[in-house]
Ligand binder design. Structure first.
Ligand code: 7PJ
Length: 283
């Protein structure tokens, strides 16, 4: 495993810059009708935009827009449908002072989104779809490379690890190598352990406990465990709506270990926790 100094740098997102020396909240904006935690209530463009503006007021510096549900067993959507859901929202938000991230694996979707103002490619499939590596290199925008095994539909049986943190790092490194090889610039890369993707509850907790180890890979870390099942299990079986405080706790534990961005549904609570952590850091 390659050892590199901890990167604390700026992420250039189009005309906007994120200073990664301080933690950022990425607010989740689902524009899927079957979204597990929104119940599809933000499907309508106006509602989606209003929700994004509220998250910005609450402290989100990035809005992550997703038009494809990646929860286990979710039915796939066509690229056209994803574009139809996502683009109008990107167009509306691009008028505002916020970084727009697109949660997609489809090169066509990110290309269309960038044309209308999106700045970050958040790919849970780590640039594995046909044409994805080349598209990321060509667009020359920040990309989030997440660890997963298989597909959201098949990943649940793929949780055999010797040492989950070590294996996740090794498999992430392979995706990183491919990205760099294809011409993606290191300055544009963020990494994500992929909580809940081909991992059971114990493995997710182990990854959270050892998240600091991912700093060795040499890229800024995004932690995304908002309202996920393992948080609910740690809470003794809380359903998605009851997982906000547990998610804040998990995100703060991630930041304490070096994560510089957290992807959250509950932006205000997350931001408050980060502000307490920052106040402590200042002493
Ligand atoms: C993740 C994501 C994640 C990144 C989703 C959900 C499912 N993007 N998109 N990391 N999860 N980077 O929010 O539970 O863990 S969709």
């Amino acid at each position: 495993m390659q050892l590199m100094p901890l990167p604390k740098r700026n992420l250039q997102c189009g005309h906007l810059q994120l200073n990664l020396a301080e933690p950022h909240v990425m607010g989740i904006l689902n524009v899927t009708p079957d979204s597990f935690s929104d119940g599809g209530q933000h499907h309508v463009k106006e509602q989606a935009v209003a929700h994004a503006l509220q998250m910005m007021a609450d402290g989100a510096t990035v809005i992550d827009i997703g038009g494809e549900s990646t929860r286990p067993g979710a039915s796939p959507v066509t690229v056209d449908e994803e574009i139809r859901r996502v683009i109008p929202v990107v167009e509306a938000l691009s008028q505002h002072d916020v970084v727009i991230s697109i949660d997609t694996s489809a090169p066509q979707v990110i290309r269309e989104a960038v044309k209308v103002g999106a700045q970050i490619w958040n790919d849970v499939r780590a640039l594995s779809q046909p044409g994805a590596l080349q598209t990321a290199a060509e667009l020359d925008i920040p990309v989030i490379i997440m660890h997963m095994r298989g597909e959201p539909t098949t990943m649940n049986g793929l949780d055999q690890y010797d040492d989950v943190t070590h294996d996740v790092m090794r498999e992430l490194q392979l995706r990183l190598n491919d990205a760099l090889q294809a011409g993606v610039r290191a300055e544009n890369i963020m990494i994500d352990p992929g909580f809940g993707f081909a991992k059971n509850a114990q493995q997710n907790l182990k990854l959270l406990q050892e998240l600091y180890k991912l700093n060795q890979l040499g890229y800024p870390i995004l932690s995304a465990l908002s309202r996920k099942r393992f948080i609910g299990e740690a809470l003794g079986g809380a359903d998605a709506q009851q997982r906000a405080v547990g998610s804040v706790a998990g995100h703060l534990l991630s930041i304490q270990q070096g994560a510089c961005m957290v992807r959250a549904h509950d932006v205000k609570a997350t931001k408050d926790a980060i502000m307490v952590w920052q106040a402590m850091q200042m002493v």
